[in-house]
Write a protein that binds this ligand. Structure first.
Ligand code: FAD
Ligand code: SF4
Length: 495
């Protein structure tokens, strides 16, 4: 069953202890429990269901996100949106569902010695798509915030399409990021975790695993603390770390397991543009994401990027928009007429890139450093220009950047202004909702943390199964890839 914390100390001796219950942890728990293993899942977030999802940002972000929605890089230059709940990021994510691109799998094979070909993962993707109800969005079901991207790209002859979503009976309320109030979103909380529980798994919420204990080449236990102050001591045969990027590396580091842990953390770093239209956009309503353009994913001038929409809820928008006081209030008055469009950099595919690094703060929490480089700035500028161009082509009155001193673009000639606008930490708004890497998988222990079967190079019964295992970013939204990887990895763990 799913326990809401515990008011007594626990000592448990299952076959498998899974730390974290996002797509990685939920999938592993369900697969292993169904094969007859006794499974305990420890999750630091709370267990929240639809009746609690009141569609208020002020409730949802503190309750369902890491660091109450305030997570950021150490220099505060990148806001880090990351889920923290039974179900992990799937409780708050925007339901966009992609398979891992074939060329990414090929890159991993060639550079990291992984055997994860499209054919290997295919049955796992098919199973996930069936279980989560993943299907393509009809164009007429896109909201104006997404439709503008579609129409702008088409006018420029750029690749664009509707995306696929993991929903059943979506009412297009727009509140995916605050927890679906009608259970249309097929989160892990509604799918793979109940599957695991039906097969006998025990899930404990509100339990933060502080450290993994180990001796020689074996992990011997997981020590967690409930919000109540009670302790969970789990002594399993196998430990699976599925706390997600940033968190899984931090757990290993707290446990005295270092090496490459925390290195090569990828973020799909995001820059945004606001496009102001005469007509109402009302980007707070409708499925948050339903359209994407991968036209620039394989550009050769610098890192690739892809373009999607972001929902325009008041709190998120006011944090993202530059300035404060009267100017910010004036901008917020225009919210119903703004399209929020994001460009996501595809990081990790150039030999020069190191990405981010997770280390520990003095209190044992994760510290993330992700230094900006010229390659990143070049990609950000290219993304901003592309977003401005597609909205100008689509008839936007004005496109405004998220620099500290915003750049206003009303015609093509104004695009040059983006070249000279200063970029630097905290001189513009940057975000991430896709954290990957930090426990990189690979055949060579010199540049990775876990082997191609996701087993830690130094420990025979310690696996890392979540987005932190990706060697690079993906170039597509990561959820479905993590589910499929975890489904495949479960076979390796069983073996
Ligand atoms: C706002 C938002 C929108 C997004 N939209 C999309 C989208 O549309 N499509 C898409 O593909 N992806 C999207 N993502 C990203 C996607 O949700 C994540 O990539 C995915 O959930 C990561 O899965 P994971 O298993 O690696 O980790 P997570 O989902 O982060 O799960 C890890 C869990 O482990 C728990 N945990 C961590 N450390 C510990 C510990 N020490 N002890 C106990 N528990 C611990 C965490 O609380 C968390 O619940 C979005 C994310 C956000 C935040
Ligand atoms: S848009 Fe659909 S999936 Fe998202 S919260 Fe609303 S009903 Fe749920």
């Amino acid at each position: 069953m799913i326990h809401r914390g515990s008011d007594k100390d626990l000592v448990l001796k299952p076959d498998v202890c899974v730390v974290g219950s996002g797509p990685g942890g939920a999938m592993v728990a369900s697969r292993l429990a169904r094969k007859g293993a006794s499974v305990v899942v420890l999750e630091e977030g709370g267990y929240h269901l639809k009746d609690e999802f009141d569609m208020q940002e002020a409730t949802a972000y503190p309750r369902l996100y890491q660091d109450r929605g305030q997570r950021a890089t150490a220099d505060l230059s990148i806001s880090v949106l990351q889920g923290r709940a039974v179900g992990g990021g799937t409780v708050v994510n925007w339901t966009t569902s992609y398979r891992t691109p074939d060329d990414v799998l090929t890159y991993w094979r060639d550079h990291f010695g992984l055997g994860l070909g499209p054919e290997t993962l295919k049955p796992h993707f098919e199973d996930v798509e069936q279980r989560l109800g993943i299907r393509k969005v009809d164009l007429e079901d896109t909201n104006p915030n997404n439709r503008a991207i579609y129409d702008g790209c088409r006018k420029l002859g750029w690749q664009v399409d509707t995306i696929r979503r993991n929903v059943r009976g979506c009412l297009r309320t727009g509140y995916c990021g605050m927890g679906c109030p009608v259970d249309a979103k097929q989160s892990a909380t509604l799918t793979y975790l109940p599957d695991a529980v039906a097969a006998g798994a025990e899930v404990y919420s509100d339990c933060r695993v502080d450290r993994i204990e180990w001796s020689g080449r074996r992990a011997t236990g997981a020590i967690g603390y409930f919000g109540s102050g009670r302790t969970a001591r789990v002594e399993p045969r196998v430990v699976v770390v599925s706390g997600g990027a940033i968190n899984s590396p931090a757990l290993l580091l707290r446990s005295g397991i270092a090496g490459n842990v925390g290195k090569y953390t990828w973020l799909h770093p995001v820059v945004a543009m606001g496009a102001f239209y005469d007509e109402a956009i009302e980007g707070f309503y409708g499925a948050p994401q339903s359209v994407a353009s991968h036209h620039f994913a394989h550009r050769t001038e610098g890192a690739g990027f892809f373009i999607e929409a972001a929902p325009v809820h008041p709190m998120l928008a006011s944090i993202a928009m530059p300035g404060f006081g009267a100017p910010l209030r004036a901008r917020m008055d225009l919210l119903p007429n703004v399209c929020a469009t994001i460009s996501l950099m595809i990081d990790g595919f150039d030999a020069s890139e190191r990405g981010g690094t997770v280390t520990l703060r003095p209190d044992g929490g994760p510290r993330l450093d992700y230094p900006f480089t010229d390659r990143i700035y070049e990609c950000f500028r290219a993304g901003m220009k592309a977003m401005a161009r597609l909205h100008l082509a689509n008839g936007a009155r004005e496109v405004v950047s998220f620099h500290a001193s915003p750049v206003h673009i009303r015609r093509e000639d104004d695009l040059a202004l983006l070249e000279s606008a200063p970029l630097g930490p905290n001189l513009f708004a940057a975000f991430t909702a896709h954290q990957m890497g930090g426990c990189r998988m690979g055949a060579d222990p010199a540049v990775s943390v876990v082997d191609p079967q996701l087993r830690h190079h130094d420990f025979e019964n310690l696996f890392v199964v979540d987005g932190s295992a990706f060697p690079t970013s993906l170039g597509v939204n990561p959820m479905e890839s993590i589910y499929a990887l975890a489904s495949w990895a479960s076979q390796q763990i069983l073996a």
